[in-house]
Write a protein of this length. Structure first.
Length: 392
């Protein structure tokens, strides 16, 4: 084949967001799109998550922009003392104070976010005692401390997803590494690893988390570390089984015969095939991480008191049955989030299933095996075959 043919092949190669992909990957993407419920659930979840990432610009008790005496100020990015606006104190400006608002209106104006409250802003001028019912000023009412429920819902949704994603990624890395080592080397390594997992998984996780949370100061990273101690075992069994199967395949034996190191064989040849089964579990692991954080917050052993959390909102709904908007808001928010993640997980599972075929998707090749789709594996096998022919 001429060099120009290689250049033309690269130019006409199928791409996904600019990244070259194989026909097998294209078929999986088409299968995922064919599952309409999972496909649109992914987009809806991404829109909600991207919106909550900019929570400070949507719900905040600081203006987005202030023009005062001909100068522009950005309180959402920087703290300004009250004397900047001809106030009396050197402390940070409280823009919700009517006195400060009158000072700024005399020589300028302010641009407020859509929701002029942060997750910890206490509203003192409520028409009824807290928790107050939904109104035009507070769309979903306030909690028992006079804080806006919509603002706390936006911040709580964001921290739940970020915590779940961080825990999912870290636990997946540890679990995949542990399963790969056990499955590839086998023998005593596999035996000792399995006995350790059996002992570790038999511990009462919830009680240990409660005990540790009472000893360690609760926080985002400390809670993430505590949950990581027990959440990494989810993927070990799946990855271990794939490595036990893959280490005896012909292309792996060929790579060993050529002197390829164990680490390179594990990472470049067996791991891509093992990740097929792993990817289908990730949305469900994310769902479990979110529900775990919600449960701990509901019991009072999660994030620090005052933090915006869906579990804390559910707890307030339980403690204030006379304010049903609290419990209903937390319930429906959590139900919608988990439903979207489950639908995405089902679509990912169908996309990686070689026996699954949706209408409009291209049928799989009869003799196609996922292990043979690895170009590095094909190169190794062809190289060994050529070497054996040369020796003959």
């Amino acid at each position: 084949m001429a060099p120009t043919d290689h250049i033309q092949d690269r130019e006409h190669q199928d791409r996904f967001f600019g990244v070259p992909i194989t026909p097998l990957t294209r078929r999986r993407i088409n299968n995922f799109k064919a599952n309409r419920r999972g496909y649109w659930s992914l987009w809806l979840f991404l829109v909600l998550f991207l919106v909550t990432l900019f929570a400070e610009f949507i719900a905040n008790d600081r203006p987005l922009l202030v023009k005062y005496d001909g100068d522009f100020y950005y309180p959402i990015f920087q703290n300004y003392p009250e004397t900047t606006f001809d106030g009396e104190f050197e402390t940070d400006t409280d823009y919700t104070d009517p006195f400060v608002q009158d000072l700024i209106k005399e020589k300028g104006w302010m641009v407020w976010p859509l929701i002029p409250y942060s997750y910890q802003t206490i509203i003192y001028d409520l028409p009824t005692p807290a928790p107050s019912a939904p109104s035009a000023k507070n769309w979903l009412g306030t909690d028992d401390q006079g804080r806006d429920v919509v603002a706390r819902l936006i911040y709580g949704f964001r921290i739940s997803i970020i915590f779940g994603l961080a825990l999912t990624v870290l636990s997946s890395v540890v679990g995949v590494a542990a399963g790969a080592v056990q499955g590839f080397f086998g023998g005593w390594v596999d035996l000792i690893g399995q006995r350790f997992i059996e002992i570790w998984s038999g511990m009462p996780v919830l009680f240990l988390l409660i005990i540790m949370s009472s000893v360690i100061v609760p926080g985002f990273f400390s809670l993430l570390g505590l949950l990581l101690l027990f959440s990494w075992m989810t993927l070990v069994g799946v990855v271990r089984a794939e490595f036990l199967r893959g280490r005896n395949l012909d292309y792996v034996r060929a790579a060993r015969a050529l002197g390829v190191s164990n680490s390179k064989i594990m990472i470049r040849h067996i791991l891509p095939n093992a990740m097929v089964a792993t990817m289908t579990f990730l949305p469900f692991i994310l769902t479990g991480a979110v529900t775990t954080l919600t449960s701990l917050d509901f019991l009072g052993f999660g994030l620090p008191p005052g933090s915006a959390s869906l579990g804390e909102l559910l707890q307030q709904g339980k403690n204030n049955l006379q304010a049903p908007w609290l419990g209903l808001t937390g319930f429906f928010s959590l139900a919608i989030m988990l439903s979207l993640l489950v639908f995405v997980g089902e679509a990912a599972r169908d996309a990686f299933d070689p026996r699954k075929l949706f209408s409009g998707a291209e049928p799989p090749e009869e003799a196609a095996d996922e292990a043979d789709q690895d170009p590095d594996s094909q190169v190794v096998v062809s190289t060994v075959s050529g070497t054996m022919e040369a020796r003959r």
